[in-house]
Design a protein around this ligand. Structure first.
Ligand code: C2E
Ligand code: MG
Ligand code: MG
Ligand code: MG
Length: 286
């Protein structure tokens, strides 16, 4: 069995491949109902200022719950959502939910939301963000958008325009998974980023390996040269946390400081802190 995928491209399907296609099609259909059926959930992972040692915000991380207790992780459905364009309605839901949740938190904690590169090419991202801010009333400076560096590779002119419109709204823009993609350093100068999140692979062997330590130190120096706030992702132990503070990394996030948790649990945590429990990282695993 074969199929002509346009000019000169013939692909031969094995039975396993068509089974995969059927499963993909089923997942696509189920995912297309996820918003209407209220199956999407946001988890929040605490983000800490390493200068004060206190929590100052959270990253929204998407989960899909087609039927409890199943919980589908983003890496297994975001790529499909991107390929099919379903990412647009899903992302609208994420933005609205995250802004509403952040407004309900005590204090002026910020929320960061992951934006798919697809959203830079399709649909009016800045317009969508503007209407969500207006609809929810969240002050723009409490919203941060995380964008992977690959977004700067395809159609840089358009990306720059969209980013400039987002900056005019007052939202913060951060490079996510810095150092994991193929972008050149020049893009840090070209694009109006406020922050940089080091890919969590850089925490492997940090701080004990001399080489890992030098690289992390170098990334922090590089970020500072571009006047960016530097976040370390994937902090898993007390040594990493302490050493990052010592070498003046600005922000931190990782299982040691807190795992991603359901929105309700995160709100309870904040309300507990509000009543006097310290939000300071204590050296106890999160
Ligand atoms: P990301 O934005 O880089 O998010 C960080 C990922 O690392 C999360 O995985 C988080 O649970 C995990 N993580 C945090 N701390 C640690 C740690 O100390 N150790 C280890 N090993 N992992 C840690 P998650 O939640 O599975 O999300 C995976 C990716 O899916 C995210 O990577 C992001 O690129 C994407 N994603 C999540 N939510 C959304 C969304 O709403 N929209 C879009 N477009 N993408 C999303
Ligand atoms: Mg992220
Ligand atoms: Mg990341
Ligand atoms: Mg990632």
């Amino acid at each position: 069995q074969s199929k002509n995928l346009g000019r000169d491209r013939w692909v031969f399907y094995s039975p396993e491949m068509s089974e995969q296609l059927v499963r993909r099609r089923e997942m696509e259909r189920a995912l297309s109902h996820a918003v209407a059926r209220d199956e999407l959930r946001l988890f929040y992972q605490p983000r800490y200022s390493l200068h004060s040692g206190r929590m100052d915000g959270a990253e929204a991380l998407l989960r899909w719950q087609p039927s409890p207790p199943a919980l589908v992780m983003p890496d297994s459905f975001i790529p499909l959502a991107e390929e099919t364009g379903l990412i647009l309605p899903i992302s609208d839901w994420v933005l609205q939910r995250a802004c509403r949740d952040a407004l309900s938190w005590p204090g002026a904690f910020y929320v960061s939301v992951n934006i798919s590169p697809v959203e830079f090419c399709r649909g009016d991202l800045a317009g969508r963000v503007a209407s969500v801010l207006q609809l929810t009333g969240l002050p723009a400076e409490r919203l941060e958008l995380e964008i992977t560096e690959n977004v700067t590779l395809e159609n840089p002119d358009n990306t720059l325009k969209v980013m400039q419109s987002l900056k005019r709204l007052g939202v913060k823009l951060t490079v996510d998974d810095f150092g994991s993609g193929y972008a050149s350093l020049g893009y840090l100068k070209t694009f109006p980023f406020d922050g940089l999140k080091m890919d969590r692979s850089y925490m492997k062997d940090f701080p004990h390996s001399q080489q890992a330590h030098s690289i992390v130190n170098g990334i922090i120096g590089l970020g500072k040269a571009f006047a960016l706030a530097i976040t370390a992702e994937g902090i898993e132990n007390a040594e990493q946390f302490a050493e990052l503070q010592a070498i003046a990394c600005d922000e931190g996030q990782g299982y040691f400081l807190g795992r991603p948790m359901p929105a309700g649990d995160f709100a309870s945590l904040l309300h507990g802190m509000d009543k006097g429990e310290s939000g300071k990282a204590t050296g106890q695993p999160g």
